[in-house]
Design a protein around this ligand. Structure first.
Ligand code: NAD
Length: 585
C-alpha cells in the first residue's frame, strides 16, 4: 500500500536504512507520525492525507519494520536510545533547524515519550500527541508507587493493568512469538483486527506484517523489563503534550495516566470512545485533534487548546448538531456542548433564535458554531440540511434530535390534523434526523452518537396527553431499535426522558378541543405550573452529555420521571390508576 502523492527517501543512521515518506508542503510545520507494534508506517494511511493540506507530514518505518532494514543482531538493536537516534536522524533530514510535531501510536507513542523527555531531543520537538502508548518510565513509577503503598484500590489498578498486559509477557518468551507471527498468527491477524478492533479491512495491514511483528518483539525484550524496574527519575516532558485516550482500549488502562500532570507541565487530555487502533478506526477525529493542537502550539497557545467545560476532553473539536436549539432544552444542550469545546450546528425552525444560540455558543467556547433555519418535519428541508452540513462542516459526531411540540387534550377531542402536527414534528422529525445523519455516520465508519429527546410521557400514560405521549413512546422505541442496529458500527443511541422542565414548551403547547381563549388560559396556567416546578433545562443538558459519555440507553431526568420509570417497570397498575386522574388545568 503506498500513500498517494507520498515522496519516499532513505535516511541512513546507526547501521540501518530507514524508509521515510513525506506528504505536503515542506515549508509548513512538520508533523512526524510514528507507528506502533505490530505495524508499519501504513497504519497512518487514513490520517496522513487528512493532514497534508496544512502540514508537512512525515512517516517512517521504524527499524526492522516495513521497508526499513533491521539491526544486526536483533537483540539489543531496539533500545529506546537507538530509536531516539533514528528519530533525530529523520528529524534532521526532513526538518533541519526547525522543531517537529511528533504523533505516536502504541509503541510509536512509547518511543516518542522517550524523545519528549530526554535532554538530547530538547528543542527538536515542538509538541507531542500520544495515543495508546505510555512512557515506560512513567509506567515504572506508577507501578512502584502502587507496590510501595498498596491500598485496595491501587492493588486493583495494578491487577487490572496486569491482566491487560498478557501479551507483553508472551512476547518475552524466546522464539515462540516469532514462530507464531511467521506462521498462523500472521495469517489470522487481519481478520482478528477486523473482528476485535473494528478496523476496516482495506488493504491494511501490509504484507510485511509477519516479519514486522516477529522482529518487533525485540522492542519489548530490549526495553520493558529494564525500564519498568529502573525508571528514569527525571522523565519530564520538555514539549506540550496532547494525550488521547481511547476508553475501549483492551491493552491499556485509563488509570495509567492518572498522575501524568506530574510529568507534563503542559498537558491537554482528550478521550475517545474507541478501541486501540484509533489511526485506522477514527482517522477523521484524530486528524482534527492533531490539526487543532499543532495549530495552537504553532500559534503559541499550547494550553488554550481545550475548552475548560465539563467533558471538554471528550467533546472538544467534535461536530454536534442540535435541533430545537433556539429555546429550552435544545439551547441549553447546545451551550453545554459549546462549553466542552465542540463545534455546534444550532437548528431551529425559528432561524433568529438559532442565530442567537450559535452566537452565544461561540462566546461560551465553541471553536465554530453555525445556525440553520429548518423545520424538522420537512423531509426535503432535512435532506438539504444533511447535505449542506456534510459538505460545509463535515460528518456530525453527535446528533441531538430534540425539536418537539406539546399537545394536550383528550383523545376524543384530538383531530386528525392535531395528530398529524404532533407526529410530524415529534416523531417524523426524529426519524428524518436519524435516517439522514445516522446514515452519514454509518458510511463514514468512525462511530458517532445519536440522542433523541423523548419524555417521561413515553412510559407514563395519561388521559390528558394521548397524542404527545404516543409520539414520545414511538421515539423511545425507535431509539431502542436503532441502538440495537447501530451498536455494531460504534454508533450509540440514547433516549432522554425528562419530566417537567421549565422551558417555553408549556406556553406554546396546543390544547385540543377548546377555543382560542380557553387555550390561552390553559397555556398560562400550565406555564405557571412549570415555573413553580422550576427544573432548569441546563440539568437536562448535563444529563444528555453524560448519557453520551456513558452510552446510556434510556435516561429519565427529574425525580418524577425517574419515579414514573420505576413504576412503569415494577408497579404498572398504580401508574395506570394515576393515568385516569383529571389534570389540574
Ligand atoms: P421549547 O419550546 O422551549 O423548545 C423547543 C424548540 O424547538 C423551540 O425553539 C422551537 O422553535 C423548536 N421547534 C419546534 N418545532 C420545530 C420544528 N418543527 N422544527 C425545528 N424546530 C422546532 O421546548 P423544550 O421543553 O425545550 O422541548 C425540547 C424537547 O424536550 C421537546 O422534544 C419536548 O417534547 C421535550 N420535553 C420537554 C419537556 C419539558 O417539560 N419542557 C419534558 C419532556 C420532554
Amino acid at each position: 500500500m503506498t500513500m498517494q502523492g507520498a515522496r519516499e527517501r532513505t535516511v541512513r543512521t546507526g547501521g540501518v536504512e530507514l524508509c521515510v515518506a513525506e506528504l505536503g508542503d515542506t515549508a509548513q510545520p512538520t508533523v512526524v507520525l510514528v507507528h506502533g507494534y505490530p505495524d508499519s508506517k501504513e497504519v497512518w494511511s487514513r490520517v496522513a492525507p487528512r493532514l497534508a493540506d496544512r502540514f508537512h507530514v512525515v512517516l517512517y518505518d521504524v527499524r526492522g519494520h516495513g521497508r526499513s532494514t533491521a539491526p544486526k543482531p536483533l537483540r539489543g538493536g531496539f533500545t529506546l536510545e537507538k530509536l531516539t537516534d533514528d528519530f533525530l536522524a529523520v528529524a534532521d533530514a526532513v526538518s533541519p533547524g526547525r522543531p517537529v510535531h511528533v504523533v505516536g501510536h502504541d509503541w510509536g507513542s512509547v518511543q516518542a515519550w522517550e524523545f519528549a523527555t530526554v535532554r538530547r531531543a530538547e528543542g527538536r520537538i515542538a509538541s507531542f500527541t500520544s495515543l495508546s502508548g505510555p512512557s515506560l518510565d512513567h509506567f515504572g513509577h506508577w507501578i512502584g508507587r502502587r507496590l510501595k503503598r498498596p491500598t485496595p484500590r491501587r492493588v486493583a489498578q495494578l491487577l487490572g493493568q496486569g491482566a491487560k498486559s498478557w501479551y507483553v509477557y508472551a512476547l518475552h518468551t524466546p522464539v515462540l512469538p516469532e514462530l507464531a507471527w511467521r506462521g498462523p498468527l500472521g495469517r489470522l491477524w487481519p481478520g482478528i483486527l477486523e473482528r476485535m478492533e473494528k478496523v476496516p479491512g482495506d488493504g491494511y495491514p501490509t504484507a510485511s506484517l509477519p516479519s514486522d511483528a516477529a522482529r518487533g518483539a525485540w522492542l519489548y525484550r530490549d526495553n520493558v523489563r529494564s525500564r519498568l524496574t529502573r525508571p528514569r527519575p527525571d522523565a519530564y516532558a520538555h514539549a506540550p503534550v496532547q494525550l488521547i485516550t481511547p476508553v475501549g482500549d483492551a491493552f491499556l488502562s485509563e488509570r495509567l495516566y492518572d498522575e501524568l500532570e506530574h510529568w507534563v507541565p503542559q498537558l491537554t487530555r482528550r478521550t475517545l470512545d474507541a478501541r486501540h487502533w484509533v489511526p485506522r478506526s477514527r482517522p477523521e477525529q484524530l486528524a482534527s485533534w492533531i490539526r487543532e493542537f499543532v495549530t495552537s502550539v504553532e500559534g503559541g497557545r499550547p494550553q488554550g487548546v481545550t475548552a475548560t467545560g465539563k467533558y471538554a476532553d471528550r467533546f472538544g473539536g467534535q461536530l454536534v448538531l442540535v435541533t430545537g436549539a433556539g429555546s429550552g432544552i435544545g439551547r441549553a444542550t447546545a451551550y453545554a456542548f459549546a462549553g466542552a469545546g465542540a463545534r455546534v450546528v444550532a437548528v431551529d425552525r425559528d432561524g433568529e433564535t438559532a442565530v442567537r444560540t450559535a452566537e452565544m455558543c461561540r462566546l461560551i467556547g465553541a471553536p465554530e458554531a453555525w445556525a440553520e433555519a429548518v423545520d424538522v418535519s420537512d423531509e426535503q428541508g432535512m435532506e438539504k440540511l444533511a447535505a449542506k452540513v456534510a459538505a460545509d462542516y463535515g460528518v456530525v459526531d453527535v446528533l441531538v434530535n430534540n425539536a418537539g411540540i406539546g399537545l394536550s387534550g383528550s383523545f376524543l377531542d384530538t383531530t386528525p390534523e392535531d395528530w398529524k402536527k404532533v407526529l410530524d414534528v415529534n416523531l417524523w422529525g426524529v426519524i428524518h434526523g436519524c435516517r439522514l445523519f445516522g446514515r452519514q455516520m454509518a458510511e463514514r465508519g468512525q462511530g458517532g452518537y445519536i440522542v433523541n429527546t423523548a419524555s417521561a410521557a413515553a412510559f407514563q400514560p395519561s388521559r390528558a396527553l394521548p397524542a404527545y405521549s404516543t409520539s414520545k413512546a414511538a421515539v423511545l422505541m425507535l431509539s431502542e431499535c436503532l441502538r440495537a442496529e447501530l451498536a455494531g458500527r460504534g454508533i450509540g443511541v440514547s433516549a432522554i426522558c425528562p419530566g417537567l422542565v421549565n422551558t417555553g414548551i408549556a406556553a406554546t403547547a396546543r390544547f385540543a378541543g377548546v377555543g382560542a381563549e380557553e387555550e390561552k388560559r390553559r397555556q398560562k396556567r400550565s406555564a405557571r405550573l412549570y415555573e413553580l416546578r422550576d427544573y432548569p433545562p441546563e440539568k437536562v443538558a448535563d444529563a444528555i452529555l453524560r448519557a453520551v459519555v456513558r452510552g446510556e440507553a434510556v435516561v429519565p431526568v427529574t425525580p418524577e420521571a425517574r419515579g414514573a420509570y420505576l413504576m412503569s417497570r415494577f408497579t404498572p397498575r398504580a401508574l395506570r390508576r394515576i393515568a385516569r386522574l383529571e389534570p389540574p388545568l
